[in-house]
Ligand binder design. Sequence first.
Ligand code: UD1
Ligand code: UDP
Length: 364
Amino acid sequence: MAFLHIVGARPNFVKAAPVVAALDRRGIAQQVLHTGQHYDERMSAVFFRDLGLPRPDADLGVGSGSHAQQTAALMTGLEREFTERSPETVIVYGDVNSTVAAALTAAKLGIGVAHVEAGLRSFDRTMPEEVNRVVTDRLSDVCLATSADAVAHLADEGVPADRIHLVGNPMIDTLTANLDRFDAEGLRVRHGLPASYVAATLHRPANVDDPDTVARLVAAVHGVADRIDVVMPVHPRGRAAFDAAGLGGHPRVHLLEPLGYIDFVALVRGAAAVVTDSGGVQEETTILGVPCLTLRPNTERPVTITHGTNRLVSREEFAELPALVAKAASGEPVNGAPAGAVPPLWDGAAGERIADVLSPAQGR
Ligand code: UD1
Ligand code: UDP
């Protein structure tokens, strides 16, 4: 078999869908392996249905655990699968533990590694994702980058130029391919949501794991909700902490279970502004033109600020969030980027360019 795609967590599914589809159009032998890092129906199965992804050829069912436990379980299961299935190349996505575990396991077995979304850097090693990004890129034979800054980081780190390919952003392929399906009004009616609202989603360890930070965030979100309703599908990582801190206690805060992809992007599309710490949501809001306030001190996706609708909000600014959201929701620009700018190659054709790189001899 030529290619084995490794997916495990929510953002992986969104990135893999257009690559699987592009290779499929070329009739190339491929399989999809789900690690089971995310396993709730709303964190996993709904994405396969929404995105028309093929049923995984294997599911390792590794589940949750500490970083070492989860990574060890991933590597043990992946080693068995790689040995049995003998792929020529494994394709890994993004920066989750499934990504780095697959890259490391494949590299040790002498199997090629292609990394989709290579080269992004926050330069913040307190983020587990940054560690995963650096290690994965170091081990990758093919680095597929979404933006020019990512290419520059890889070059700075000594990755040879012939391993680096600027291909654009497959997450945006998925977005543009599904634009007709994002029905904000239908979603609003189904969930009994108000006409005007801010969408929020938070799950980074730096925001949701520490009770003091959670309390400050809840105060900030309640401050936003004093002015405009807040709709928040809650990632399982933060659920208990947000419940304990009384997030749902404000009458204009509407907590939902995690939404499937089509419903979530519909929610974002209909929002006056978005409050997030997600990586992918910074990119999707940029293309949808929805103002995005990212509750982080840094981003590995700077084009969403220079070419998009994103603005960082540091911990010290959490108390100012209600005012920042009110301004953004009233149409005031959140950054100095030209209105309507789109990062280069975020055009819906990244999957095809990735297929071109991975199998140049077998064009469309
Ligand atoms: C992971 C990624 C993160 C990514 C996020 C996308 C790592 C290190 N982190 O974070 O980069 O932004 O996915 O959503 O890989 N849980 C459930 N059900 C599930 C999955 C998780 O209840 O289906 C809960 C468990 O309590 C688990 C916790 O969420 O311990 C964290 O899950 P984990 O996969 O370790 O990391 P995420 O925070 O989801
Ligand atoms: N997403 C979703 N439902 C939600 C929240 C997010 O479908 O309730 C989608 C979102 O549109 C994006 C992806 O999940 O396509 C991003 O995943 P996440 O924020 O979990 O991870 P990150 O991008 O931060 O790694």
